[in-house]
Design a protein around this ligand. Structure first.
Ligand SMILES: Cc1ncc(COP(=O)(O)O)c(C=O)c1O
Length: 502
């Protein structure tokens, strides 16, 4: 494809996307295809000869679009949003055009430095602690997902807890031979349990702490569990607090959790069950062996652009790491996760490996950041470009307006639920997710959801809270307006009134 052809086809592609945006409301939000139908429309093998670009767009419309669930539709209220804004799409396009590999500073200095700079901006923008700024011992890095961030935190915590011994000796050999135990609430995202499996911690060594009436972690229950584990000779090494749980956006009390971690570390010194290994240097300066505190704010973190939501950050200054997803609610298209640490040495001591073919003088000098040493993959995309485009295009003012409009819509929806005889709220609404249910029970709620989703203009999902089905209406779409939320409520009421809820 010559540059001239690229210009023509590029315009066709941008036009295609612009038309898609214009027509978003004409598609059924949830794809209606049957399993296998997309594949069955495709040829069994790749074409022998290249085809005209127009054929690609034609088949995109014919064969791919029916199998698309329209996450950008204004009636998409399922899961959490996965924002994609025009500014972000254009930033991502340019990133693809540049095609740089930002694994090290030397492989594209701007890729590293823009990322560091934008993530420093975000610290201030979200009211996060200065300890996450790159100017001190900490810093931020962009990864693909919150799952990767939590895994990175858990791996770094495991290494810190074992004096970086498991990197040398294997996961089974801690510094003291004590069992490593990790904690999160029963409402924590499943990425925590997955990370524990991948990190070799194992299902048996995670503790899911009970929650209070608002589905937030109960710090007293955490204290009892951690103390019991210490008394049993185990090593509580990692606590994941969730700010905005997936089921209901419950807010774990980060400060109280940090208190528990500090108290347990100081009040109950562990007697090693195995002879102590020779002292090894421990990055992160944690001589007391405190558990690593990780804060998962995957969805809710974006709300902190608004000062009125920064109460969620109380205690975050005591966390070792923090993560949130601009790709959920900050107008930045997937994938874009932000991960901060208070002490970047814990990451680099965990992940850095320096083969000769990746060595550079500037990297060896320590004068620059080589982000390959901050996470699992080597290669990395230029993701900060789209985030930079978003921040500059919308500005702080635009981002605040955006979050506030969704929160206001969710509160209004919640007021309609509260005023209804047939429906009730089942959890507080601190942000833009409303959890509610029909008073008729689980079967009725499932029926309501299926009926609404079959209608094509609204898409809801559910969760279980207290063992019962809760319907979730997550407001957060780039194009969602009041009329869409109102239409969703009308459809929900109509589905409930429609009968057939036996
Ligand atoms: C609280 C929380 N943590 C983690 C995740 C996982 O996010 P990701 O898809 O970025 O791994 C989610 C997804 O919704 C979430 O709600």
């Amino acid at each position: 494809m010559t540059p001239e052809q690229f210009r023509i086809h590029g315009q066709q592609a941008i036009n295609w996307i612009a038309e898609y945006y214009e027509n978003l409301e004409s598609y059924p939000v949830m794809s209606r295809v049957q399993p296998g139908s997309v594949r069955s429309a495709l040829p069994p093998a790749a074409p022998e000869h290249g085809e005209p670009f127009e054929h690609l767009l034609r088949d995109l419309d014919r064969h791919v679009m029916p199998g698309i669930t329209h996450w950008q539709a204004p009636g998409f209220f399922a899961y959490f949003p996965a924002n994609s804004s025009p500014a972000s799409v254009l930033g991502d396009l340019i990133s693809s055009g540049l095609g740089v590999q930002g694994m090290m500073w030397a492989t594209s200095p701007a890729c590293t430095e823009l990322e560091t700079h934008v993530l420093d901006w975000l610290v201030e923008l979200l009211g996060l602690p200065d300890s996450f700024l790159s100017s001190g011992d900490g810093g931020g890095v962009i990864q693909d997902t919150a799952s990767s961030a939590t895994l990175s935190a858990l791996l770094a915590a495991r290494e810190r807890a074992t004096g970086f011994a498991s990197n040398r000796e294997g996961v089974q050999q801690g510094q003291s031979g004590r069992r490593l135990v990790a904690y999160a609430s029963s409402q924590t995202h499943s990425s925590f349990a997955k990370a524990a499996r991948i990190a070799g911690i194992g299902d048996e060594n995670i503790r899911l702490i009970p929650v209070d009436a608002n589905y937030a972690m109960d710090p007293d229950a955490l204290r009892i569990q951690m103390s019991d584990d210490r008394a049993a000779g185990h090593h509580p090494f990692f606590v994941c607090a969730t700010v905005g749980t997936t089921a209901s956006t419950a807010l774990d009390p980060v400060d109280a959790i940090a208190d528990v971690i500090a108290d347990v570390a100081f009040s109950a010194p562990v007697t090693p069950v195995a002879p102590a290994a020779p002292a090894v240097p421990v990055a992160g300066d944690q001589p007391d062996g405190s558990a690593w505190l990780h804060v998962d704010a995957a969805f809710a973190g974006s709300a902190c652009v608004c000062p009125e939501h920064r109460h969620m950050n109380v205690g975050v200054e005591r966390a070792d790491s923090y993560t949130f997803n601009p790709h959920k609610w900050m107008l930045t298209n997937f994938d874009c996760n932000v991960f901060y640490v208070r002490d970047r040495r814990a990451l680099t001591e965990t992940f850095a490996i320096n083969p000769e073919y990746l060595r550079t003088d500037v990297g060896d000098s320590g004068a620059v950041i080589d982000y390959r040493d901050w996470h699992i993959p080597l290669g990395r995309r230029f993701r900060s470009l789209k985030l930079w485009f978003v921040l500059r295009h919308y500005g702080v003012e635009g981002l605040r307006k955006y979050i506030r409009s969704h929160v206001a819509l969710a509160k209004e929806f919640a007021s309609w639920v509260e005023a209804s005889d047939d429906f009730e709220l089942v959890a507080p609404v601190p942000l833009s997710l409303v959890c509610f249910r029909h008073v008729g029970g689980d079967a009725v709620n499932r029926a309501v959801m299926e009926r609404v989703n079959a209608g094509g203009s609204t898409y809801l999902t559910h969760a279980k809270l207290d063992g019962r089905v809760a319907l979730r209406l997550a407001v957060g779409g780039v194009r969602t307006e009041r009329r869409h939320v109102e239409a969703a409520w009308n459809e929900i009421q109509a589905a409930a009134a429609d009968g057939g809820l036996d």
